[in-house]
Design a protein around this ligand. Structure first.
Ligand code: HEM
Length: 381
């Protein structure tokens, strides 16, 4: 238990103002974070699957080589997009939760900086892993998922430390350097990983589909069928893990928050149950997609349902953050109420939000065109 004397000092923010209403910034933060996690899932999921396939498949057939090569070649683009879509929620989170987020980030500053080194290691490894049948190729295939999972661990601790100022004292006294000694960290980390495996399997099913290499006897239907089957295996592996870790995570949350999530009469619990329902539906359409592996329709429906379920999860995650920061020990932040003494003032800067909206649309169109160009390239054996 934390003694009253150890109550953390929350930096003052009442003299500052948000540039737009909190609900708008929270919405934009959630949407951009959702896109960040989709690309993160592609990066972590595909690099983990590549490592497992490298360890499990001793003699690779031509089709396996082509699929692996295509998946590997999609990684640099996915990493770049994951990083770019990490910047947007970073800016919104700094804006909305600066006093808590900055403090937590400063406590783990060496690890935040290590993220840059880890990203570089992961990024370079995606190129060197193409050196087939060599020790460097194998080491890089191993380094890729390790570097990305290390980042995931840092990010999860950063998020938990942001919402739990009661643990700042341990970092101030240097009894913790990165790991937040709280029961929610383990299940939250595994919950994040399971979501990433589920979505990563789907990312594999899409991104390792390709036209056959020019000198190959394979047909595109063969490649698509094989790519989908492999991706869906990991999707089916991630789903039960996701459900199991979600239940565990739920049990480690404070009791009042648990009852808010499980009680069916409020909007947040409806979103929570809807998100579970969507993932159940995704399981059914995933089974259909496994039978019609060459087609795209059932796979597309499965992907949309899973992505929507993730969106529901992120709305619940936002509610969890709102709950934690509204506690006495966190300074009673009343994020949506500008009239509260523990809320944010608002001074609208409409031009900044309009510029953001225009740039976001241009970026999304550019990304869609880029992805189409990448997918139209044939695979290499
Ligand atoms: C491939 C590397 C990365 C991985 C695997 C990764 C993974 C994650 C995960 C799992 C979370 C959720 C943690 C939680 O709440 O429990 C997260 C949050 C976050 N990530 Fe990343 N991330 C990566 C790169 C980045 C980069 C480069 C940035 C910044 C430019 C970034 C910015 C953020 C921010 C700001 C959040 C918190 C968002 C919020 O609280 O609303 N991430 N990341």
């Amino acid at each position: 238990m934390i003694a009253a004397a150890a109550a953390p000092h929350i930096p003052a923010y009442q003299h500052l103002a948000l540039p737009a209403p909190a609900w708008l910034l929270v919405t934009l933060s959630t949407i951009t974070f959702w896109i960040h996690l989709i690309f993160v899932s592609a990066v972590v999921g595909i690099s983990c699957i590549l490592l497992l396939r490298c360890l499990l498949l001793r003699n690779r057939s031509e089709i396996d080589r082509q699929i692996n090569s295509r998946a590997l070649r999609s990684l640099p683009l996915c990493i770049s997009l994951a990083i770019n879509f990490g910047v947007a929620p970073l800016l919104f989170t700094q804006c909305l939760y600066g006093p808590w987020f900055y403090t937590a980030s400063i406590f783990i500053a060496p690890f935040w900086l290590a993220v840059l080194a880890l990203l570089l290691i992961g990024f370079i490894s995606t190129y060197l892993a193409r050196l087939k049948q060599s020790l460097i190729g194998f080491i890089c295939t191993l380094l890729m998922p390790l570097a990305f999972i290390a980042i995931l661990y840092i990010m999860t601790n950063n998020s938990v430390l942001t919402i739990q100022p009661e643990h700042w004292i341990e970092f101030h006294r240097h009894t913790s350097a990165l790991h937040v000694p709280d029961p929610i960290v383990g299940p939250r980390l595994l919950h994040n990983l399971a979501i990433i495996i589920t979505l990563g399997g789907l990312a594999w099913a899409w991104l390792s589909r390709s036209k056959p290499a020019p000198d190959s006897q394979l047909t595109q239907t063969n490649i698509n069928r094989h790519a989908t089957r492999i991706g869906l295996q990991y999707f089916f592996l991630g789903l039960p893990l996701q459900i199991a870790f979600t239940i565990w995570y739920l049990q480690t949350l404070p009791k009042p928050l648990q009852s808010q999530l499980l009680h069916t009469s409020n909007s947040i619990s409806i979103i929570w149950y809807a998100s579970l329902f969507l993932i159940g539906l995704a399981l059914l359409t995933g089974i259909v997609a496994a039978f019609k592996a060459a087609g795209r329709f059932s796979l597309a429906i499965t992907t949309i349902l899973t992505a929507l379920s993730l969106a529901g999860n992120l709305i619940v995650r936002q509610h969890i953050r709102t709950y934690y920061l509204s506690r006495d020990i966190a300074g009673n932040l009343d994020i949506y109420n500008p009239n509260s003494t523990t809320g944010w003032q608002v001074q609208n800067h409409n031009s900044a939000i309009i510029a953001f909206a225009i740039l976001a649309v241009i970026c999304l169109i550019t990304i869609i065109v880029m992805l189409k160009l990448v997918r139209s390239r044939p695979a290499q054996s």
